[in-house]
Design a binder for this molecule. Structure first.
Ligand code: AMP
Length: 310
């Protein structure tokens, strides 16, 4: 995972889990990952790394159900039933779909078009009301709400209309100064396992102007987003220095890099331990699948009944 995933999604996972008010289900969406070209030799390893990331970030498998999407085939079955209430035109107009087609013009597949429908199934199969995801996922959540409404109207199901559970880091900008931090954009992201040297090098590479003062460049705006998140107590002082023309960019950059590492250090230490405990990680995955399947099976049974399939 990169810092955008952590701040935009996983921090929300943790917050919701901590309230103790909800049943929480968190999913590594391996089936979604095959909707664009991918390295099949790396997938099994990478998806496990994300489970380890979740655990290292502090998710408690006793409280939350943690799963691989593909372990619960009912997600895919439900997505097919949901696809009966969505039109092809609606799916083709989604900004995320258009972006992906631009990135992979030779892989404009049915799986890609179905991405938001599968996401709706991931959410609604657990009748989830709150979804901790970054702001980039808002159009997909709108689709999930639409599907819930249509299913309820047409078939009399009782799906909730899920809403996004937003975090302070709901939009983490790219280190390039353009767009969002993303694994698929080179030089845009910080990995959660990066060392201080790596983080410093990456933050130093954020494009800034040569002099302070005046309208901020996109890179500088990104830098101040990081300052707000990681150095909230001194951000105003940096802003004033910028306006006064006295801000030294390398100083603010290095301070941000150190603050990011300070936040990531406990994560990295926990991660190193968990990664070596194969039995524990396997147990979490197995137990999560068992618990999730019970809920998922029941929802699919209900839907099949309402749709006249059984
Ligand atoms: P992805 O990496 O696109 O599979 O996204 C996984 C989760 O991380 C989703 O909830 C996204 O909304 C969230 N996410 C990804 N990139 C960012 C970002 N730059 N800022 C905030 N959240 C993000």
């Amino acid at each position: 995972m990169h810092l955008g995933n952590y701040l935009g999604a996983v921090k929300g996972f943790l917050e919701l889990e901590k309230t103790g008010k909800y049943e929480t289900v968190y999913c590594v969406v391996d089936v979604h990952s095959i909707t664009t070209p991918y390295d099949k030799n790396a997938l099994a390893k990478n998806k496990r790394e994300i489970i380890i990331d979740y655990l290292a970030a502090g998710l408690d498998p006793k409280k939350s159900i943690i799963i691989y999407q593909s372990d619960i085939p009912e997600h895919i079955e439900l997505a097919f039933y949901f696809s009966t209430v969505e039109t092809i035109a609606r799916m083709m107009h989604l900004p995320t779909y258009k972006e992906k087609v631009k990135q992979h013009p030779n892989a404009n597949t049915m799986a890609l078009l179905n991405y938001p429908i599968l996401m709706a199934a991931d959410i609604l199969i657990y009748k989830a009301g709150l979804v901790p995801v970054g702001i980039d996922q808002e159009p997909h959540l709108e689709v999930a709400r639409e599907i819930a409404r249509k299913m309820n109207q047409q078939y009399g199901t009782n799906f909730p209309e899920p809403v996004r559970f937003a975090t302070k880091g709901e939009y983490i900008p790219s280190l390039t100064g353009e767009g969002k931090m993303s694994k698929t954009v080179a030089n845009s992201f910080i990995n959660l396992t990066d060392s201080l040297e790596e983080i410093r090098k990456k933050i130093r590479s954020v494009p800034t102007a040569t002099t302070a003062g005046g309208e901020m460049s996109p890179g500088l705006k990104s830098l101040f987003t990081f300052a707000n998140l990681f150095l909230p107590a001194v951000t105003d002082r940096y802003k004033k220095e910028y306006n006064d023309g006295t801000l030294q960019f390398v100083k603010i950059k290095d301070a941000i890099a150190e603050a990011i590492l300070a936040e990531l250090k406990p994560f990295q230490e926990r991660r190193a331990k968990i990664a070596t405990d194969k039995k524990y990680v396997d147990g979490v995955i197995r137990d999560g699948a068992d618990r999730a399947r019970k809920i998922a099976r029941e929802t699919v049974r209900e839907v099949k009944e309402k749709m006249g399939l059984i």
